[in-house]
Design a protein around this ligand. Structure first.
Ligand SMILES: Cc1cc2nc3c(=O)[nH]c(=O)nc-3n(C[C@H](O)[C@H](O)[C@H](O)COP(=O)(O)O)c2cc1C
Length: 294
């Protein structure tokens, strides 16, 4: 009997020893990870990473008695909230006025170089910061760039990447779908607009005790904050361009010294429109096409 045959014969005869050893390893790993090892589905992993999905079923370890499960936010007293009560007439009037204001908003791609007050930008960002967020995680950072050389550096990155996007990365259908907007890889507005507002999404953060803080629903939270920004810009009388610079995240993040836990979601040039700015004559879907009342 050679060595290999002997080893196989020994394992066959004493397989309970192998199972016992594997069981001990499993137990040791479970204890090391402070709880039973649970195989997570893709949905659960997405949920836990804050990327969405239905809530994963609660596990036994999620018990209130676990000393590690202190909430990320300190428990705050609940206080009365009583905004003024509006009559039906007021509600109709105010909602109509707000709609009229927002219906005049347009995406503008030609800006006046005229400066805008710093305080306006601060108020716009303050407004963004009032947006709701999953478990009040406030998963956003807004970087306002007014410095000419930083704007030029951002423009260089965007134009380089956009040239590749248009020529190689985007499908031909995508490029065709953009024709009505007359967009191309050259972006003068990135240096002409007096300010660039960059919206970063924080995928997670860290608590004071060093534990990782999950940012649930960070994508939709940041999208809502972006909506607040656009509404604030429209209300104060400025214009913006909602842009999503494809494949620019890591280079712009590095330029602006943002951490890897942040992702560039939107780049909004903000300012007054160029006196000769043109916009495509777009029409919006009527109410009956976008609303279902039950
Ligand atoms: C998520 C999102 C991404 C967009 N990305 C770009 C972009 O990269 N470049 C651009 O010129 N416009 C971009 N736009 C602007 C749209 O083209 C514009 O909102 C649309 O044509 C409707 O025009 P309006 O904003 O004037 O109503 C984007 C808009 C949204 C909401």
């Amino acid at each position: 009997m050679n060595v290999v045959s002997l080893a196989v014969w020994t394992l066959e005869q004493h397989c309970y020893l192998v199972y016992a050893a594997l069981g001990a390893c499993f137990l040791a790993l479970s204890v090391y990870h402070r709880g039973p090892v649970v195989l997570r589905t893709g949905r659960e992993r997405r949920q836990e990473s804050g990327l969405g999905g239905e809530p994963a079923p609660r596990r036994d370890s999620d018990s209130d008695s676990d000393p590690d499960l202190t909430p990320a936010l300190p428990l705050a007293p609940h206080v009365r909230y009583s905004p003024p009560r509006r009559s039906d007439e007021e509600l109709i009037q105010r909602s109509g006025e707000f709609h009229e204001l927002m219906a005049r908003r347009r995406t503008v791609r030609a800006f006046s170089a005229e400066e805008i007050p710093r305080e306006v930008l601060e108020n716009v960002v303050r407004t963004a910061g009032t947006a709701p967020s999953g478990a009040h995680t406030e998963p956003w950072t807004f970087v306002v760039v007014r410095d000419a050389s930083t704007k030029a550096a951002i423009r260089d990155i965007v134009e380089e990447e956009e040239e590749l996007n248009y020529s190689q990365r985007m499908s031909r259908q995508w490029v065709a779908d953009l024709k009505p907007f007359a967009t191309r890889h050259i972006k003068p507005y990135l240096t002409e607009a007096p300010a660039l507002l960059l919206v970063f999404r924080q995928t997670h953060s860290f608590r004071e005790d060093g534990k990782k803080k999950m940012h649930y629903y960070s994508e939709i939270s940041v999208a809502i904050a972006a909506g607040f920004i656009l509404a604030a810009i429209q209300y104060c009388g400025l214009v913006a361009l909602t842009s999503t610079p494809l494949n620019c995240n890591s280079r712009i993040r590095a330029l602006l010294r943002r951490p890897p836990s942040e992702r560039l979601e939107l780049l909004l040039p903000v300012g007054r429109p160029h006196p000769e700015a043109m916009v495509p004559d777009l029409h919006r879907k009527p109410l009956q096409d976008i609303m279902v009342m039950i």
